[in-house]
Ligand binder design. Structure first.
Ligand SMILES: Cc1cc2nc3c(=O)[nH]c(=O)nc-3n(C[C@H](O)[C@H](O)[C@H](O)COP(=O)(O)OP(=O)(O)OC[C@H]3O[C@@H](n4cnc5c(N)ncnc54)[C@H](O)[C@@H]3O)c2cc1C
Length: 431
């Protein structure tokens, strides 16, 4: 990969320009690099380099086994392993209810617990800082001379003509230049400007809850479990992170009303630690300190189309989902797999990769699959936000029944790991 400062870049022709060198955009560059296409990745922020003594970032994601397999296949996983990652072997979900009547249900009927051993796997997934995944992918992309990373540079304008797209970009010193290409991939996140310039409409819906992500140091042993307790005001989640200098860290996610999240956001570290001790389940290991926090409003967004002439949208540019089941970037990597497959098929048939007919197979499968996952998340969200007593009984019993049916449980586990339904990995193995 060549690294280019946009100031020095003359108007250049590329086969493919990926706007956004985040996790999904850079994964597509790695997956398509073997095709020989001349690819540019445009990224406005250069991620900070890794050092082993850095405390964990606030932005982390639970990556499924399916995402791990994809990242291995495109040659990026080894770079993540060379930095840091935290496997989790167990996962537990339960409802933290306050109604004494619900205590009448036997304890084993109030919780679902998964263990990777039950299906012969060493782990269910990994918690990884988003920046580490991005750095690993950019490092892998650097192996390919046909991939150019243009950073820091921002897309300023996009003109779409029948046979090509023209992108006006500007670097951090204000110098602008123009790129032209057959296909623009919008991997530029939830506020995608590619989506806007391509005139692709968006369905969006704000959830009633917001999320506060809190990084903490905790005492005791390094945890290998991720858990989520549903409370009447929203879930409380625990995600273990990799040890740094022998100290244990975790990412907590506190979902609640916007007013509560705003209140928590205003607390200092010591007060927030006390509030967490009061409001999180007793399962939480004792905390040493709160390191940092950040709030996120939760918006469901779905692009009305994923493709238009000369444009394809992927990842958060195409869809955002409630993070309560940690699916967002895992779905983005599934988009990447399908788009790579679609473009390789088009190249094999000698088709123009920016032509709508070449892009449609990607949209056809991925829009439907993402729509389904969004509906499942909505069902979860609305079912667990409802405080009616009969429904509380039903969902507790549901969690318990899921826990008691080994076959069903294995199926759910494989689904959570992204292994069911299995997606083919059609493109070449890394050299
Ligand atoms: C609280 C929270 C918890 C989450 N937890 C999980 C989880 O556990 N598991 C999971 O799978 N997902 C999770 N997600 C979702 C996950 O973070 C996103 O799905 C993922 O970051 C999307 O990746 P992306 O590459 O599509 O977009 P982004 O990460 O948004 O990357 C877009 C990139 O495009 C660049 N860019 C934007 N505009 C321009 C421009 N005009 N010019 C140049 N560059 C541009 C940006 O700088 C950025 O690098 C969570 C989300 C939240 C909010």
């Amino acid at each position: 990969m060549q690294t280019s400062n946009s100031k020095d870049t003359p108007d250049v022709d590329y086969d493919l320009v990926i706007v956004g060198g985040g996790m999904v955009g850079s994964a597509i560059a790695c997956g398509l690099a073997h095709s020989g296409l001349k690819i540019a990745v445009l990224e406005q922020h250069q991620p900070m380099a890794f050092s082993a003594s850095q405390l964990p970032d606030l932005r982390v994601s639970a990556l499924s086994v399916a995402s791990e397999q994809f990242l291995t296949r495109i040659g990026a996983w080894k770079h993540i392993q060379a930095m840091r990652l935290c496997p989790y072997r167990r996962m537990s979900v339960w409802e933290q209810h306050r109604n004494p009547l619900l205590s009448l249900l036997p304890p084993q009927l109030q919780c679902t617990a998964f263990d990777s051993k039950d299906i012969g796997h060493s782990h269910l997934g990994h918690i990884i800082e988003n920046r580490i995944t991005q750095l690993a992918l950019l490092e892998r992309a650097a192996d390919f001379p046909n991939v150019t990373l243009i950073t820091p540079a921002t897309l300023q304008n996009l003109e779409l003509a029948p046979n090509k797209a023209k992108l006006q970009i500007v670097d951090h010193q204000g110098a602008s230049s123009t790129l032209s290409t057959k296909l623009v991939i919008g991997a530029d996140g939830a506020q995608s400007r590619v989506r806007t310039w391509a005139n692709i409409g968006l369905n969006s819906d704000q959830y009633g809850q917001q999320a506060l992500v809190i990084n903490v140091e905790y005492q005791g042993q390094q945890e290998d479990i991720t858990w989520q307790a549903f409370t009447p005001s929203g879930p409380r989640a625990f995600l273990p992170l990799m040890d740094v200098d022998g100290k244990h860290y975790a990412s907590l996610v506190w979902y609640d009303s916007p007013e509560t999240i705003q209140h928590l956001q205003g607390l200092d570290a010591a007060m927030l630690k006390e509030e967490i001790a009061r409001q999180f389940p007793a399962t939480l290991p004792p905390l040493v300190q709160v390191l940092g926090k950040g709030s996120f409003s939760l918006v469901k967004r779905h692009a009305q189309r994923y493709v238009s002439p000369r444009v394809a949208l992927v990842g958060d540019a195409a869809h955002t989902i409630n993070p309560l089941a940690g699916q967002g970037v895992n779905l983005g990597f599934q988009d990447a797999i399908r788009l790579i497959e679609t473009l390789e098929n088009a190249l094999r048939k000698g088709e123009d990769i920016g032509h709508l007919s070449a892009l449609r197979p990607y949209e056809k499968t991925r829009r439907r699959e993402n729509q389904f996952m969004m509906a499942v998340m909505d069902l979860f969200y609305h079912t667990f936000s409802n405080t009616s007593l009969p429904l509380q009984f039903l969902r507790n019993a549901g969690l318990g029944v899921a826990n008691q049916l080994p076959l069903g449980k294995r199926k759910v586990m494989r689904y959570a790991m992204g292994l069911e339904p299995a997606l083919p990995l059609p493109f070449h193995k890394p050299r």
